[in-house]
Design a protein around this ligand. Structure first.
Ligand SMILES: *Cc1c(COP(=O)(O)O)cnc(C)c1O
Length: 389
């Protein structure tokens, strides 16, 4: 049975064209970009070529792009880097409750160092109210960090509105755009952001490479010292093959974007309709239209997300649940809980994320398999029998 991969938000397969672009830099062109002989200069050229492509995609200047080890490091660099640079001017940061752990983690680390962090709530669709951002700003606010799209429920945030507000108040604005970069249009001018995080492995590039856009003039301290690379903002020999692959992935994403976004949006809407028609007491998480093209996230009442995913896995279908299994107990998703859903529904959340190699036939197979799995699991649930007998 063909394996159906529906976890593109977790990671994507490497595009064969990306691998082809990387291969020479793993083998013959292995030079260190910081050296002066031609081997090194070929590597330098590959790195700068990629920097130009990434900058071009988001309407930035090449010198505003810093390569990192991924989205997680880009988020850490943005948040801790600004906090370190502006800590004397203020100690307050504004973010929201449904950010990725790589934003929440640095914020919590800063709280332990005496910073104050406001975690704004979201509405039932997962959107931050820009008015709440305005009301949360104090004299001490040095940074606002609100993600462009949520990785679990796919909701798009009103980033451009928040960007205008941040600019009026002269406060730095960071967005985690890992889920939108290369998938839908992302323009740092339209969004009004000063810092923006991206990752290669969410757009058919390699794992372990990402980028942070840092608007010219933004004050930021490096996290990693010990070399002049990346204009002293990130020391260490560049990941030349990874960066080269990232650049190629951006090129391919740019060419595919309009058609692919449209195709996935149609597939997504058909998928949601199909599930709602065949399974009762199933709830869409996230916004019905302001959401990522390839994201479907549902809460299925009376079943656990883990059980659904394990049963789908038996049928060779890979899906995800937002819940995290920590030390034996299953914690419901912080994102679905923040939507105001009860713990039972939060435990029942399942995420399907589609991408380049997802077909209508794949979705049809899931639509066929899921109702039976849900019925079987519900028949074993005492709570279901008690409520429905
Ligand atoms: C995947 C992801 C990250 C982390 O990126 P890595 O490159 O895996 O470190 C950060 N934010 C969001 C929204 C993501 O989806």
């Amino acid at each position: 049975m063909k394996r159906i991969y529906l976890d593109y938000a977790a990671t994507t397969p490497l595009h064969p064209e990306v691998f082809k672009a990387m291969k020479p830099y793993l083998l013959e062109n292995f030079g260190n970009p910081s050296t002066l002989y031609s081997y090194g200069q070929e590597a330098r050229q590959a790195v700068e070529n990629s920097r130009g492509k990434i900058a071009g995609l988001i309407h930035a200047k090449p010198e505003e792009i810093v390569f990192t080890s991924g989205g997680t490091e880009a988020n850490n660099l943005a948040i801790k880097g600004v906090a370190q640079a502006l800590g004397k001017e203020g100690n307050h940061i504004i973010t929201c409750a449904i950010e990725h752990h790589s934003v929440l983690g640095p914020c919590q680390a800063l709280e332990n160092r005496g910073f104050a962090v406001t975690y704004l709530p979201v509405n039932e669709y997962g959107q931050v109210n820009p008015e709440n951002v305005g009301n949360a700003i104090t004299q001490n606010t040095i940074l606002i960090s609100i993600m462009h799209a949520n990785n679990e429920i796919g909701t798009l945030q009103p980033v451009a509105e928040i960007g205008r507000l941040a600019r009026q108040k002269g406060i730095y604005f960071h967005t985690d755009a890992v889920q939108t970069f290369g998938h839908i249009p992302v323009d740092v001018e339209d969004l009004g952001v000063d810092l923006l995080s991206a990752s290669a492995h969410k757009i058919y590039g390699p794992k372990g490479v990402g980028a942070l856009y840092i608007r010219e003039g933004v004050k930021l301290e490096p996290l990693i010292d010990g070399g002049e690379q990346e204009d002293r903002r990130r020391a260490g020999t560049e990941n030349v093959p990874g960066i080269t692959g990232f650049g190629r992935a951006v090129e391919l994403a740019e060419a595919d974007m309009p058609g692919e976004a449209q195709r996935l949006t149609e597939l997504r809407n058909r998928f949601i309709k199909g599930l709602q028609a065949t399974i009762e007491d199933i709830h869409l998480n996230g916004h019905p239209s302001a959401r990522l093209p390839g994201n479907v996230n549902v809460s299925i009442n009376y079943v656990e997300g883990e059980a659904v995913c394990l049963n789908l896995d038996l049928e060779n279908i890979c899906a995800a649940t937002g819940s995290a299994c920590t030390t034996g107990s299953v914690e419901p998703s912080h994102v679905v809980l923040a939507l105001g859903k009860n713990r039972q529904l939060a435990h029942g959340s399942v995420r399907f994320t589609m991408g380049k190699w997802t077909t209508g036939a794949d979705i049809d197979r899931v639509k066929q398999a899921l109702p039976g799995i849900v019925a079987r699991l519900r028949s074993m649930s005492p709570l279901y029998r008690q409520d429905r007998h």
